[in-house]
Design a protein around this ligand. Sequence first.
Ligand SMILES: Nc1ncnc2c1ncn2[C@@H]1O[C@H](COP(=O)(O)OP(=O)(O)OP(=O)(O)O)[C@@H](O)[C@H]1O
Ligand SMILES: [Mg+2]
Length: 278
Amino acid sequence: MGGSPVADRVLEPGADESDPSAGPDSSPEHPLMVLTGVSKIYGVGEIAVHALREVDFKLELGDYLAIIGSSGSGKSTLMNIIGCLDQPTHGSYWLDGIDVGSLDDYELSYIRNRQIGLIFQSFNLIPRTTVARNVELPLIYARLPKAERRERARAAIEAVGLGNRGSHVPSELSGGQQQRAAIARAIVTEPAIILADEPTGNLDTASTRDVLEIFFRLNAAGRTIVMITHEPDVAAHAKRVIQVADGQIVADMRQAPVAGPPPAPESVSPEHLQVAHT
Ligand SMILES: Nc1ncnc2c1ncn2[C@@H]1O[C@H](COP(=O)(O)OP(=O)(O)OP(=O)(O)O)[C@@H](O)[C@H]1O
Ligand SMILES: [Mg+2]
């Protein structure tokens, strides 16, 4: 993928080009995401919860990351920060050469809308609203003309294999179909980054396979994917796995190179995820 999309669209011309993490592409020296000393503390005083503790973390453009860890370990907190939904209490986060902490609310929402596609365990589709309309919604926020919205929504719905369900409302779809509709909504803006918090947590085996196949194709096409999961079988589909415990990254495992397609799931045994620590 060429260019530095966030920087191109959000930064003023001539803005901080001297930063070492800024750059036109994402080689190991120019990661897409750089978190340095990131802490997140909810509440103050005796009720303060240290959800993240001085996390240092980098992610390359084109990587496919799975985040694993027990409930309450800080996975969603980490994802909310890298998705620009929340800011760290301490530390810095650079996304595509931009110090996210320096952005105002308008710039943050611009990045979320243009660069990041979010997928959740509970789908979060708007009820009593057709799949086509749900998928079109991010393009309305992006102020695209109607004809282009319709065409892009149709293409995204087609891409997740829901071509004949566009006129249905969510309650008329299976869980797997609803999640595919949510993925269509996440990819309709063609974001460089897909963030998914337990995307298969509510799905049966066949629907889980469908979702992972879509992620495989998205990553093979160059999209960066970050996915939280409790399931080793699901994490086996990622190129890299980090384990979070008590607000810290306690293991970091590379399963496939950043360049090239994600691993063929059968080649990675679930046991591998539990023993390989760095
Ligand atoms: N808004 C909040 N206010 C206070 N504490 C919070 C808030 N959000 C999360 N926490 C706390 O921060 C810690 C990390 O929460 P987080 O949601 O990141 O965990 P998680 O790893 O995603 O867990 P799960 O697997 O259950 O989703 C937990 O102790 C949680 O109770
Ligand atoms: Mg969570």
